[in-house]
Write a protein that binds this ligand. Structure first.
Ligand SMILES: [Fe+2]
Ligand SMILES: [Fe+2]
Length: 192
């Protein structure tokens, strides 16, 4: 029996728990302005951004299409829109310094967006997935999701203050998204 193999709902839910662990640390750092705390905020936001981008691209390419085709088209579209919304917030955070007055507020916005989205996925979509697909199919989807998460670089950029200009010019969220989507679709393979 393969019942102990993690299916796609296990894998995606584990990611959700990891995002929330980071969010809770960020909430504890809210309002703190020590140099160490500001550095930690930057590090945590960058870490959760990379995780969220990988997770979203995997869902959008390997899970939502199945939901769209075999379950509820509207639900898949709605979930994609929520991803796009969170991506915009992540791009704004990327350009902002943790010392800026608006940084903590924008972090709170991202946390609220993702918590809302995760609640929707876990309460509706995941239940529907388990009802609609066999365990084997869900394990296969889990493998596909894991494969996509391995494609992307684990760090978008080095975390030195001098990188601020590069951060703004290159836009790691955008380039990470492009890199992942190209890799998944097979485009841009020669790209170093
Ligand atoms: Fe999602
Ligand atoms: Fe998710």
């Amino acid at each position: 029996m393969t019942e102990t193999q993690r299916d796609v709902v296990d894998v995606l839910s584990a990611d959700h728990r990891e995002f929330d662990r980071i969010f809770r640390e960020l909430e504890q750092l809210r309002g703190r302005t020590d140099a160490d705390d500001l550095r930690r905020k930057r590090q945590l936001v960058d870490e959760v951004t990379i995780g969220l981008v990988k997770h979203s691209v995997a869902e959008e390419t390997r899970v939502y299409p199945r939901v769209l085709a075999e379950l509820y088209e509207e639900e898949a579209q709605h979930s994609k829109e929520e991803h796009a919304e969170a991506e915009e917030t992540m791009k704004r955070l990327e350009r902002m310094d943790p010392a800026d007055a608006g940084f903590d507020g924008l972090v709170a916005e991202l946390i609220a967006e993702i918590r809302h989205h995760v609640e929707h996925e876990e309460q509706r979509m995941f239940t529907e997935l388990r009802a609609a697909f066999s365990h084997e199919q869900l394990v296969e989807m889990a493998e596909q999701v894991e494969a996509i998460k391995k494609i992307a670089p684990t760090r978008a950029h080095p975390m030195t203050p001098n990188e601020a200009g590069v951060r703004l010019a290159v836009g790691p969220v955008a380039s990470l998204l492009d890199h992942l989507r190209d890799a998944v679709s097979g485009r841009g393979k020669s790209d170093g």
